[in-house]
Design a protein around this ligand. Structure first.
Ligand SMILES: *Cc1c(COP(=O)(O)O)cnc(C)c1O
Length: 423
């Protein structure tokens, strides 16, 4: 039996209909922006393995930090104990996050970071004896796949089967160009009911929706409104965090500061699963009491794992180097040039660029399902050509490791141009 056949025998993959899925390539090695399968075929990882890997595969700087930590103290429970790596990491985050982010709660993945934020908002009002039990979110949002995070997500086929078992989340339109006032009006109407605890959003870019972008100006306005009505704002930076938008965080484009932030994905440079929910002092103080029952009774076994913290510290150190900051700017400039070159193509409806994120919408007739035929044709073509891209519906996006070189990036662009001739 081949490895791939064995995989099919035992493994259940994410978002996969196994009846129609092709065998999965067996990846055996990574280096920089490249991956190789068991037959020696080379792939360019043009989506940084689901947006987690900014500094390249098998990065030795992060690997050494992990090795050193593993051989010093691999793990210790965070209930009742603490350790130096987590203290250093929180201290570091306090210097690079918006200045009102004061307290850091550790978990394992983006979804749990969102759960913790939602629970933080809901229990804050519960502790105060106020009835605010609903959440506001954008249409087509993606905040993860656990129950709370899924409730906040608005991509219907991810959540349809679970309607009736979910938190109450009401949606407002995404304030893309031309829809700003509609979003503002809808938010205001909801806020006036005083039933809401929090407004959660992916700041500036909705990743899973297909890198849908909107302006910092309108997000500032939405946040000002929420603040006026004492509704907490939650910036889910799980995708946008750590340099993707060209700044450390998408929130760095804003004048307003969110009350909470969710971080994961690139936090450890794509090495160890870890996540953080950061809080303002005000929210923390809403749990700070002589009454034990007012504590946040949430935790995960591996919370604040020292090895993960060491990986995150090394990653942030890399992010802050001049070299990586230059890489981000170079990718951005290349994306802008590619957008310019492709935007008048007869098959291209529109292009979007922010930081290392590039998206292109293909002109198509009628509906185009998220995981539909067009998407599958494109996906298979890219894989055949050795480029890892996961189009959504009619949208092709690139989110490469920052260290991707010019030749590799140009190859990604060229293959996308070739793909446009297929449809
Ligand atoms: C990926 C993602 C999540 C979920 O993270 P997981 O680690 O997959 O649970 C949440 N929010 C956003 C914005 C994401 O992109």
């Amino acid at each position: 039996m081949t490895l791939s056949e064995k995989d099919t025998l035992y493994n259940w993959h994410p978002y996969t209909q196994h009846k129609t899925a092709f065998p999965h390539p067996v990846i055996v090695k990574g280096q920089g922006a490249l991956l190789w399968d068991e037959h020696g075929k080379e792939y360019i990882d043009a989506i940084a393995s689901w947006w987690v890997n900014p500094f390249g595969h098998a990065n030795t700087f992060i690997a050494k930090a992990i090795y050193n930590q593993l051989t010093q103290l691999e793990h210790v429970l965070f209930g009742g104990f603490t350790h130096e790596p987590v203290i250093q990491l929180s201290e570091k985050l306090a210097t690079i996050l918006p200045s009102n982010q004061k307290k850091f709660f550790y978990s394992d993945n983006g979804s749990t970071a969102v759960e913790v934020a939602l629970k933080g908002a809901l229990q804050f009002f519960y502790n105060k004896g106020q009835k605010r039990t609903k959440i506001i979110a954008f249409e087509n949002a993606f905040h993860g796949d656990t129950f709370g995070a899924m409730a906040a997500s608005g991509i219907s086929f991810f959540t349809d089967a679970f309607q009736g078992s979910l938190l109450e989340v009401i949606r407002i339109p995404v304030p893309t160009e031309g829809n700003e006032s509609m979003a503002l009006e809808r938010l205001k109407a909801l806020l006036e009911t005083n039933e809401y605890a929090a407004f959660i959003f992916e700041p500036l870019v909705q990743g899973a929706a297909g890198m849908v972008m909107y302006s910092p100006t309108v997000l500032n306005q939405l946040m000002v409104l929420a603040k006026e009505y004492n509704v907490f704002t939650i910036a889910d930076e799980v995708m946008t965090g750590f340099g993707k938008t060209g700044k450390n965080f998408a929130c760095d484009y804003l004048e307003q500061q969110p009350d909470m932030m969710c971080l994961s994905k690139a936090l450890t440079g794509g090495t160890i699963p870890m996540a953080i929910t950061s809080f303002s002092q005000e929210i923390y103080d809403g749990f700070y009491d002589d009454d034990t029952n007012k504590a946040l009774f949430h935790g995960h076994t591996f919370t604040a794992n020292p090895t993960g913290c060491a990986a995150a510290l090394a990653s942030i150190e890399l992010l802050q180097t001049e070299e990586i900051q230059e890489n981000i700017q170079q990718v951005y400039q290349h994306h802008l040039a590619f957008a310019e070159r492709i935007k008048t193509h007869p098959k291209v409806k529109t292009t979007r660029v922010l930081g290392v994120i590039f998206a292109l919408e293909i002109k198509v007739e009628g509906a185009h399902d998220y995981y539909g035929n067009l998407r599958n044709t494109l996906y298979e073509f890219f894989i055949k050509k050795g480029i890892i891209l996961r189009p959504v519906g009619n949208i092709i996006y690139i989110l490469p490791p920052y260290i991707i070189n010019d030749i590799e990036l140009e190859r990604v662009y060229t293959i996308i141009e070739e793909a446009l001739t297929l449809i």
